[in-house]
Design a protein around this ligand. Sequence first.
Ligand code: UD1
Length: 424
Amino acid sequence: MDKIILTGGSKLSGKIDISGAKNAALPLMATTLLTNEEMLLENIPRLGDVGSMRELLEGVGVEIEDPKESPGRLRLKCEKITNTEAPYDIVRKMRASILVLGPLIARSGRARVSLPGGCAIGNRPVDLHLNALIQMGAQIDLSRGYVEANVERGNRLQGSRINFPLVSVGATENIMLAASLANGETELSNVAREPEIVNLAECLIKMGAEIEGHGTDTIRIQGKESLSGTAHSVIADRIEAGTFAIAACITEGKLELVGANSSDLRAVLDVLLASGARIEENSSGLVVEGPGGSPGAVDIMTDPYPGFPTDLQAQMMAYMTRVDGASMITETIFENRFMHVPELNRMGANINVHNSTALIRGVKKLMGAPVMATDLRASVSLVLAGLAASGETTINRIYHLDRGYESLVSKLKSCGAIIDRVET
Ligand code: UD1
């Protein structure tokens, strides 16, 4: 298993190209299941999770071409669904596998998808996905760890009015996919408003679905009997861009984030500005310069978009370990998303957790240490802390990073980080 070894202390400086968003690419890949025509997706990042979604789609009958001469481009075609099962072995690696459930039932009237189960950051149930599909006429049974979903022979999913009791990105996407091939109109309220939802809606519209309200809390979808193939591009990864923006701040450096979309990052940029960072928006992206010295203390509460993203909470906490004073970070989305705290404390941070709130008292310096992370964003927060620490940090279990950060080591290295990936 590979590990990352890095020596902290360098101020990062240079340009980084922001990759396509993992969380937009995965639902866009699932749109392939809704049509027998070819889908051409551009700006697909090379990530572990994209590999898992490919494997899942190939298993149900999708043919995928990945032309060597055009990196980031995928051609996907699902002439016929040959198998309606998403097996445990893939779903356990990636929760977003549940996104094939809606399109599989909508196209073929049945699906058997493994339940994702718990994960390091919490229980993460899928009840919202299942209840919405039941409202659309699916019959759902849970048996031996699988969701078995059926629509009566000859029937299609029926458009319906669904009010989600809490905001879920995945449930919103799953039901948007299903409703695009359902009979009649579906109205979804209390939906997620993330930029990835808008990216998906724009693709479904090009495929022939009638959708309005994406980007607001109510979406209306007029389902179609069939949808056509189209070409569509994945938006820039706002979480990757936010991570590198924090890397510039924590190392007191200056990074140009090419392709970053500042309007998707408003809540994050506001926090970085309040900490003393300088941020310039230009036609090619963003330039972020650290405050120089200890950052000013900022309190943060995670929230669904347009609030502060939970996927940047761990990285922001690494930054706040160096604060002048104390900062409070409250996690409202996931119940167990402070797994990075003990590891940051091993590096010299002073963080106390009370329920869903962490109190971070600033320290003068962090010290490199061997550390280990349990999820994707926690892992990258340890990389950020290591960049700011004195001495060497070793990060184990880096398969988490490979799931969601494309070429992390080479991108950081090109901006002056002393970092290597080592095979063990
Ligand atoms: C997506 C993102 C993930 C991000 C999260 C929140 C992808 C592939 N992943 O995950 O990176 O951290 O949004 O922004 O896009 N919930 C239920 N029942 C359900 C579904 C969700 O109770 O059926 C709860 C979850 O446990 C969580 C909250 O709703 O507490 C929000 O989760 P959700 O938005 O669904 O997250 P994901 O779509 O899994």
